[in-house]
Design a protein around this ligand. Structure first.
Ligand code: IYR
Length: 326
């Protein structure tokens, strides 16, 4: 796969395509990042952006993971001590999952976000950004409770991170898009460069195919799940034979194959007894999706296979988690 295609694989959108093409022409030494509010157990939402970071490492870029402790604090996720403990667990799981430790820089937000220069820049942004704009940027990130002043400081700091970590590309789920658009507008006001952003899709809820799979509601797959948990969750997933039967429902089983399994495995083997046609081997997601649609691949076989591959994917992180908790 060429560098541009690797960078773009499974991206929902990039802003702008032209800027990303420029990066793809000369990726060596270029820096990309994702920031995460520390959470003790990684779930598939985290792994979607982690897969993208692994793609970017493969494309020759340097990868920074921001353990956003100050952001988590501003978003009401606990005391600094609690958040730091959680962040260490998170880091260990990312490495176990496959982020190349020698090529990944893990940075705590508090390492640079409390410096004087950063703080003064933050105040300048506070002065130039309307409350309304900052709240809109935060709407998809904040968890619904009454907005506090901290919730409008949060997106402004996220904008500054792009400059202070000296990045060439900001990566995040689609829910981060408004913050990245704010950054593109506001950073030049402070005399800093505009950087491109890449957004990964939001995976639909597993049982309904609607909305998004999140850690707070509905069924989520995480590194905590045992082999049996995975089987049970995947078996109860919504899996219509077509990807988009009426235009507004997704097939979460296909999404998980596309975004999680195919990027990490060379081929996917569906094991079937000979009397049901024998094993099927797929090298590309599109072929598997086409077989599900045509009826060649039964949803039950697709689900069983998905559970097996997801199990293999999360096994190292699950072991790490058990080790940490011992
Ligand atoms: N807003 C993210 C966390 C975060 C991301 C980046 I990129 C930052 O620079 C800082 C924080 C979330 O919703 O988890």
């Amino acid at each position: 796969m060429d560098t541009y295609d690797l960078i773009m694989r499974n991206a929902e959108e990039v802003v702008t395509d032209e800027e990303v093409r420029e990066l793809a022409d000369d990726p060596a030494g270029k820096r990309a990042y994702v920031g995460y509010e520390p959470s003790g157990v990684l779930h598939l939402g985290h792994l979607l952006t982690a897969n993208k970071l692994i793609d970017l490492q493969e494309a020759g870029m340097e990868v920074v993971v921001l353990l956003a402790d100050v952001h988590a604090y501003l978003n009401g996720k606990g005391t600094f001590e609690e958040i730091r403990d959680t962040a260490e667990q998170m880091k260990a799981q990312f490495v176990a999952y496959g982020l190349d430790e020698d090529n990944t820089e893990f940075v705590y937000g508090s390492e640079f976000q409390l410096d004087e220069e950063y703080t003064l820049d933050l105040h300048e942004l506070e002065l130039s950004t309307t409350l309304n704009r900052a709240q809109r940027a935060m709407a998809e990130i904040q968890g619904g409770e009454t907005a506090k002043v901290s919730h409008v400081v949060y997106p402004l700091m996220q904008c500054l991170d792009i400059e202070y970590l000296d990045l060439d590309l900001a990566v995040g789920g689609l829910d981060q898009r408004k913050v990245h658009m704010l950054a593109r507008e506001e950073l030049p006001e402070l005399g800093y460069d505009v950087r491109p952003a890449l957004h990964t899709p939001i995976v639909a809820d597993l049982t309904s195919g609607e909305g998004k799979m999140s850690s707070s509601e509905g069924v989520t797959i995480s590194m905590e799940d045992s082999t049996d948990d995975l089987e049970e969750k995947v078996n109860s997933a919504f899996c219509p034979p077509t990807r988009d039967p009426e235009g507004d429902l997704e097939n979460p089983v296909l999404e998980l194959f596309e975004y999680h399994v195919f990027p990490r495995f060379e081929e996917v083997v569906v094991e079937r007894p000979d009397k049901y046609g024998g094993d099927l081997t797929y090298e590309a997601y599109e072929d598997l999706a086409a077989d599900l649609e045509s009826g060649e691949l039964h949803p039950a076989d697709a689900k069983g296979t998905l559970a097996t591959y997801l199990d293999e994917l999360i096994a190292p992180g699950r072991e790490k988690l058990l080790e940490i908790r011992d």
